[in-house]
Ligand binder design. Sequence first.
Ligand code: NOJ
Ligand code: CA
Length: 558
Amino acid sequence: MNGFDVLKDSPWWRDAVIYQIYVRSFADANGDGIGDLSGIRSRIPYLVELGIDAVWLTPFYPSPQIDHGYDVADYCDVESEYGTLDDFDSLLKDSHQAGIKVIIDIVPNHSSDKHEWFQAALNAAPGSVQRGRYLFRDGKGDNGNLPPNDWQGLFGGPAWTRVTEADGQKGQWYLHLFTPEQPDFDWRNIEVREYFEGVLRFWLDRGVDGFRIDVAHGMIKDPALPDIGDNTAELLEYRAQPMWDQEEVHEIYRQWHRVLAEYPGDRMAVAEAWVQPASRAARYVRSDELSQNFNFDFLCSTWNADEFRRVINSSIAAVDEVGAPASWVFNNHDVVRSVDRFALGLIGGRGGSRLNRQGDPSELDVELGRKRARAGALLMLALPGGAYIYQGEELALPEVRDIPESALSDPIWTRSGHTDPGRDGCRVPLPWTASPAAAHGFAEDSQLSPTESWLPQPNWWGDFAADLQASDETSALNMYRNALQIRHDHPGLGDGKISWLPSADQVLMFERAGGFICLVNFGSEEVSLPESTSVILSSTPLVGSGVPMDTAVWLQRE
Ligand code: NOJ
Ligand code: CA
């Protein structure tokens, strides 16, 4: 073994920057208004120039699209709207050739109700093998006409739906933590476990580099399916509950770890496990389980120095305990974009959708939000471990709050009785060009207008377009490109340790190896630059002698 091999021993994902592609909204190659796999392929040069290490693709499997692909009807194929398996293979091949790894989304907690197993379960009798793959139960009350327990679905409404049996009578109920079209599997059923092992192998054999695991903390339910006593949907989140973070879920990940380890090239898996506190979340990344867990404590933080310091410290301490690297994320397809959150002081939790129109949007100072989001990005990218960027974050896109109600398509909108607009505001197809032609370049070479993409683009969308930003050296896009280049080249960034440096109130300052310093000013006063340092990058241009409010700088000790 030579020194180079030793260096390569550290798995690539420990400090990778992973770019989340919401397939439906990234790029549309055939001009039907819906993003697709060929569209992504044509944008590989953009991803290379941005400097990311990997992409995470949201579900592109055959699906009735009730929850935009998180309702999977066939785990081993491609939805025709998005392309074909051949298109997937080409995308994978070209990405690899460009040095970009590919992570795909696996949705094991529930299938679509159109999955052949669920259809078979509907047609089979209570107690049958077919029903045993899901969570069918008899109802309570006279004639079983009350649901088996009091759980509510996360998107609103009861978590149970009653089926009609072969004799035409109302019969059993099945559990769905999300919509009725997303029935939950029974993960105590060995056939379910074997089936998903086959699904993992199907994609690993094709060459994917890893998986993002949807609802990773929810697959095992307390076998007694007990009432939780309070029916509010909020109660279904985070806390110790009979559907979340059950001990046996870790058995599944130990098995998956063994499967991934059979393949060459450090295949990885990242858990979407909304679990608190950080020490519980870290149990998903023990050395014989998964690689990473999204850092939702970080994502939920408001724009405040003390809060960030606390969350950074507790996150690092928790993963250090189990020998895993930290990871950091501000945005995904489920939460209000950080530009709006940081401007309005919103938390970014799963309730992001409910917060969508909280805060008075007329008070939204978009430029303030963009300034803070850029500073936040330099904070995130200077921290040890891996980081996730959600498409459009590199453009500092704001949330789209003015989607016409008639165009809203998130199931949360209907299931909340039209009280919660849901998550569409962070899913609007990307503005590639300032020109509105071809839906701002989303559907290159097509006749599509900005209102004809699957979610309409607002009339101000072009102001944030990628082509405009590419030619402006002070843009968010160029800041991200520079930051990723520096992060790639600087020996102190990525995996490693941080040490806090003394700083003024409402200022965070820490040092990485090799004399790298990150300073973020959350306060309202300009702060002076530390002595004997030179500025490598700043989130907004430095005009005076110090660091203005809502600004981050990267510095090098001289
Ligand atoms: C989490 C996904 O990120 C979200 O978009 C989806 O609606 C739910 N899981 C249900 O699969
Ligand atoms: Ca398309």
